[in-house]
Unconditional design. Structure first.
Ligand code: HEM
Ligand code: HEM
Length: 195
């Protein structure tokens, strides 16, 4: 298997980045809902699951940068033959997933009022302590962190996290399984074992 993509298959690096991100999404969801459903406020588990959520989320944000760079250095595997509207939908879906991988870590970070204990190894300062907050939010928009945080949190949690993100990912995974089991083409194989 090649490290780089070919016209037929995703290469080793693209696969690791893709499946690594998928696992991180699953973990980010598991820990945040574990916190919501199974922990009491201000207990050790409550805080640990929060910081794990922040850490998984930030890791996704770093990986997506590497992923975009790698994507642009590589050939794109050709989509399986199919009607034009299916290809359009596939491209739109992939771009939307990239948008999610950027906007979720960004909105999560900008709306969080605490430093991130990154896997309890080191601390990442909260957004409200950065120069970008001072210049953009405080000076330019004239908002306090509390005022700025409200719409950002609403976007991150209520609109995206609780609904749109997991629905799009489930839709994307169902499309891949539909190609594999119903159409019996190479869509999923390109991203798994290849040939
Ligand atoms: C792709 C990355 C991410 C995904 C998919 C994601 C998803 C979610 C979801 C599903 C929730 C719970 C929504 C609800 O209230 O029902 C949530 C809450 C939250 N997220 Fe994220 N998030 C991501 C990244 C981040 C990052 C990078 C940070 C901050 C550094 C962050 C900070 C938070 C905070 C503070 C909450 C509220 C926690 C709570 O109420 O228990 N998220 N996120
Ligand atoms: C069980 C979960 C998943 C399955 C089965 C799956 C399957 C696939 C397959 C088969 C492809 C290749 C499609 C093609 O080239 O025609 C693909 C591409 C892609 N997937 Fe997933 N995927 C999953 C989860 C995710 C997640 C969580 C994300 C990110 C939020 C994601 C983002 C992407 C993107 C952006 C592409 C386009 C290729 C690229 O530029 O890297 N996938 N996926």
């Amino acid at each position: 298997m090649n490290n780089k993509n070919t016209a037929d298959d995703y290469g080793r690096v693209a696969r690791w980045l893709h499946w690594g991100t998928a696992i991180l999404f699953l973990l980010a969801y598991m820990v945040v809902y574990y916190r919501h459903w199974f922990t009491e406020r201000q207990t050790a588990e409550n805080l640990i699951s929060l910081h794990l959520h922040l850490s998984f989320g930030i890791t996704i944000g770093v990986i997506v940068i590497l992923r975009i760079i790698w994507r642009n250095m590589n050939e794109r595997p050709i989509l399986e033959p199919g009607p034009g509207w299916q290809h359009l939908l596939a491209h739109l879906g992939h771009y939307t997933l990239y948008a999610i991988m950027i906007l979720m870590p960004l909105s999560g970070y900008m709306g969080t009022g605490t430093n991130t204990k990154y896997f309890y190894l080191f601390e990442i300062p909260k957004f409200s302590e950065t120069w970008l907050f001072d210049v953009f939010v405080w000076d330019y928009l004239g908002l306090t962190f509390e005022e700025f945080e409200k719409p950002i949190d609403f976007f991150h949690k209520e609109i995206m996290g609780a609904w749109l993100v997991w629905m799009l990912i489930v839709g994307h995974a169902c499309a891949a399984f539909y190609h594999h089991f119903k159409l019996k083409d190479r869509t999923l194989i390109k991203m798994t074992r290849g040939e």
